[in-house]
Write a protein that binds this ligand. Structure first.
Ligand code: APR
Ligand code: ZN
Length: 246
């Protein structure tokens, strides 16, 4: 009989490794808008106008203004308890916890989290379309910025758009292969198929605000509450597994 994903679920190796994957929901309580919740960004903007290769080619100024607005808005935001909890775990177990996020904000970094993998790019950087160098601009507007490496004016946001490669997905695949426990905080799974990924893990936890019958059944532990309220339970869950399988 064909094996199902659950039959193939990975039995934790020793030492246990944890993948913590987050989405816009982990930054929601910091005041950073999510995408698909009510009052989310995609209620105000046509996602294909500002987040797709076609939209960018059609109207690069609209896209530059969109990212300028999100970048300057980010400056006043602060990391919340969920960022701080994940940061504490990552600093305590640097080799055993992978922190990957779909978010382009810098709130994990501002919480002091090292080695965060941004799967969809970073809002506080720009990329040169001539020499491909990526450089930090913080929360400033990109207008009149030139590439520090080659002085080209052909610079763009460093955020992955629909219709282009997401090079960091290789790191996601590596962590999915390497890790024994899958912890997901604040994502609708509309871009990354987290339900599918969860099937391959014997130990998995999902924390979202709202129930989702297309996601929840694939996870062993599910918390439907704000990330800052679930944070201490997520920390206890991870600590227990790290010590149990030591
Ligand atoms: N605490 C926990 N979860 C929350 C909170 C909160 N305070 N607020 C919202 N959520 C959850 C919602 O229940 C939802 O599942 O966060 C998720 C937000 O979903 P989306 O807005 O779709 O954001 P995300 O899943 O990160 O989007 C994925 O889509 O548009 C692209 O590139 C963009 O990286 C983004 C990707
Ligand atoms: Zn350049």
């Amino acid at each position: 009989m064909a094996k199902t994903a659950i039959d193939n679920a990975k039995v934790p190796s020793s030492p246990v490794k944890i993948l913590i994957l987050s989405g816009a929901g982990i930054s929601a309580e910091s005041g950073v808008r999510t995408f698909r919740d009510s009052d989310g960004l995609w209620e105000e903007y046509d996602v294909m106008e500002v987040c797709s290769v076609e939209g960018f080619e059609r109207n690069p100024k609209l896209v530059a203004d969109f990212y300028d607005a999100r970048r300057s808005d980010l400056e006043s935001k602060q990391p919340n308890l969920a960022h701080e909890t994940v940061t504490r775990l990552k600093r305590k177990y640097p080799a055993r916890i992978d922190v990957l996020t779909q978010n382009v904000d810098d709130l994990f970094e501002r919480a002091g989290c090292p080695d965060v993998i941004h799967l969809h790019g970073t809002l506080t950087d720009l990329r040169c379309e001539e020499c491909q160098s990526v450089f930090e601009i913080g929360y400033k507007s990109q207008s009149s910025v030139v590439c520090p490496a080659c002085h080209s004016t052909k610079i763009r946001h460093n955020v992955v758009m629909f219709g282009e490669e997401a090079p960091m997905y290789q790191k996601l695949q590596h962590s999915l292969d390497e890790c024994d426990v899958f912890v997901v905080i604040g994502t609708s799974g509309k871009v990354l198929n987290i339900g599918w990924f969860a099937q391959w893990f014997e130990h998995s936890l999902l924390n979202n605000l709202d129930p989702d019958e297309n996601l929840d059944p694939y996870f062993k532990v599910v918390y439907h509450e704000k990330a800052t309220e679930a944070a201490h339970k997520i920390e206890a869950y991870i600590e227990e597994l790290l010590t149990r399988f030591d």
